[in-house]
Design a protein around this ligand. Structure first.
Ligand code: ATR
Length: 275
């Protein structure tokens, strides 16, 4: 995905994956800095650790408490910190790291663009209260959904998120448990569906998918989980989490290059490589 985007932008860069032990994360970031990398993406378990390791935290990382994108920056002649892309072939001596989070915005962008959701005023049932579920819940609240129902195997975790939302967004109706009436969106943020034979994250005895207009599964592999299949059969509009993966990457590319990411080229590369 990134290499397809980089090629389309005409940059002489490449995107490569490194496996890094958590104990070596600081060294890995410093090493990339020394080798004039433009930026990095980080994934589990590095996103939280990196919060302490970057020189500057962008607001996106501060809000979500996790760093999935690092940009290397240097000072221009006026003393302004700029992305390394501004410095051409020169090798700045002093480089700093800025940490961003592009995951949270990717959730709502995918809901809007891949599922056609209008989130303001929507009624949403969110399944899952782990790391991804918490970010989704807060992000949906920030987008001013009207009603949010939280369901999780361990309901105490849903209660904690509900309390957090009540405190930060008092105008939103938030409840732990299944809704009684119809809703606009059911969103799966649990890991159920990743493995063959997984049960559905939704208890259809307590909520029928016929009462939902749209369903989204954060899982993108398999492309169609049993949950999404059931939702489609019940007549819901559906989308899987491929868009989340795409948009977090597209935003990262924009952060490094300062250019608009060629999203459809990147989507095609992603689909080709993961299915
Ligand atoms: P992530 O960062 O992907 O959110 P996580 O924090 O481990 O990962 O959260 C996994 C989510 O899937 C949680 O909501 C978890 O429910 P619990 O909070 O009760 O653990 C849910 N989940 C995982 N396996 C599950 C299962 N077998 N049945 C129901 N829910 C499950």
């Amino acid at each position: 995905m990134q290499n397809a985007g980089i090629a389309t932008l005409g940059l002489n860069w490449c995107y490569i994956a490194h496996e890094v032990h958590p104990d070596h994360l600081r060294d890995a970031i410093q090493g990339a800095k020394a080798m004039k990398y433009m930026g990095l993406n980080l994934t589990v378990p590095h996103k939280l650790l990196a919060m302490e390791m970057v020189d500057v935290l962008d607001e996106s990382a501060r809000i979500w408490g996790a760093v999935n994108t690092i940009r290397f920056e240097a000072q221009d002649l006026d003393g302004q910190w700029k992305p390394l892309v501004h410095f051409g072939d020169s090798i700045p001596e002093k480089i700093r790291t800025r940490g961003f989070n592009t995951d949270a915005d990717a959730i709502t962008r995918s809901l809007r663009e891949d599922l056609g959701m209008n989130l303001a005023g929507a009624k949403v049932l969110l399944l899952g209260a782990g790391g991804a579920g918490r970010v989704a819940a807060l992000k949906l609240a920030a987008e001013k959904v009207a009603e949010l129902y939280l369901v999780n195997r361990t309901s105490s975790k849903a209660e904690i998120i509900a309390a957090e939302i009540k405190r930060l967004f008092p105008q939103i109706r938030v409840a732990v448990g299944y809704p009684a009436g119809s809703i606009d969106l059911v969103l799966n943020a649990t890991s159920l569906g990743l493995r063959p034979g997984d049960a559905s994250p939704l208890d259809e005895k307590k909520f029928s998918l016929r009462n939902a207009s749209a369903a989204y599964d954060m899982i993108y592999r398999p492309a169609e989980t049993p949950f999404l299949k059931a939702a489609k059969e019940a007549g819901c509009r559906v989308a899987n989490g491929l868009g989340m993966l795409l948009y977090q990457g597209a935003k990262a590319l924009e952060i490094w290059t300062g250019q608009k990411a060629p999203v459809e080229v990147m989507r095609a590369a992603l689909v080709k490589n993961i299915y």
